[in-house]
Design a protein. Structure first.
Length: 264
């Protein structure tokens, strides 16, 4: 597992350097920097690691698992997987006026949603093959179901920080975004277990995170928006963690922080 993260961050360095050298005119959604193209790396690193361990057969198995769908009795969980991000963002924006905050600002038009879905789906596939298809299993073996989700969420957040800084994001925006990133990973992993450990719902959620954040007014520029979204998703993840404390995703009783062997 250490090999995966060391290689991932090492290969990210050229992207971060390129992002500091080539500052584009904001043609990418949410004014993302060139370093955002690092999204290919989780897929590349997971494939390299799996190929080294198991050969080409291991890579084929990784891809097969990554595009598996929930079994018939578990397809009801597609509903929360699809509604999770839009619902939490709507709640976040609904709460802000209560604090006297009115958000507006640049955003992608709704007409751009089909194109955004296509672009962000590619990025989500590349990332989730690495995060959920490869990295989650050894993390959960060591840290348990909930603990592994938190560790993976922290790694996911830290990996994006350089890109946020290169994109000119404010410090408090980054704080809120990182909080929501960790919380959303907990929720993704929880739904991952509810859907029979299928990776495809995680890809859908990841895609929707980027799409929804692109179309909500002012989200990429307003720290209050990211902080509100971070707090709402953290509250949802806390509820899930409490539920996990009563019953792990595999159905056994006990504390998820102590549960072992509940990996993918």
């Amino acid at each position: 597992m250490t090999r995966f993260f060391v290689l991932l961050f090492a290969l990210s360095l050229p992207f971060w350097i390129a992002g500091s050298v080539f500052r584009g005119p904001g043609v990418l959604p949410m004014a993302m920097p060139v370093s955002a193209f690092q999204f290919v790396l989780p897929f590349v690193v997971a494939s390299v690691c799996r190929c080294r361990d198991e050969g080409v057969r291991g890579v084929r198995a990784l891809l097969k698992r990554s595009f598996s769908v929930p079994r018939r009795g578990q397809r009801v969980w597609w509903v929360p997987a699809i509604l999770l991000v839009p619902a939490t963002m709507l709640l976040s924006y609904g709460l802000l006026p209560l604090a006297g905050v009115v958000l507006d600002g640049p955003h992608e038009p709704l007409a751009a949603v089909p194109a955004l879905l296509a672009v962000y789906a590619v990025a989500a596939v590349c990332e989730e093959v690495g995060w959920m298809g490869y990295a989650l299993r050894p993390l959960q073996r060591r840290w348990g179901a909930f603990g592994g989700a938190v560790v993976l969420g922290v790694a996911w957040a830290v990996w994006h920080v350089v890109g946020y800084l290169q994109g000119g994001c404010a410090v408090w925006w980054i704080v809120g975004q990182c909080l929501s990133t960790v919380a959303l990973r907990v929720l993704i992993v929880w739904l991952f277990h509810r859907t029979g450990r299928a990776v495809l719902p995680a890809i859908v959620i990841h895609t929707l995170i980027n799409v929804v954040q692109s179309v909500f007014p002012g989200y990429p520029q307003r720290p209050a928006a990211a902080l509100a979204f971070g707090l709402v998703t953290a509250a949802a993840a806390t509820l899930v963690a409490l539920a996990w404390g009563a019953r792990t995703p595999t159905g056994s009783r006990g504390n998820p922080l102590r549960a072992r062997g509940s990996g993918t």
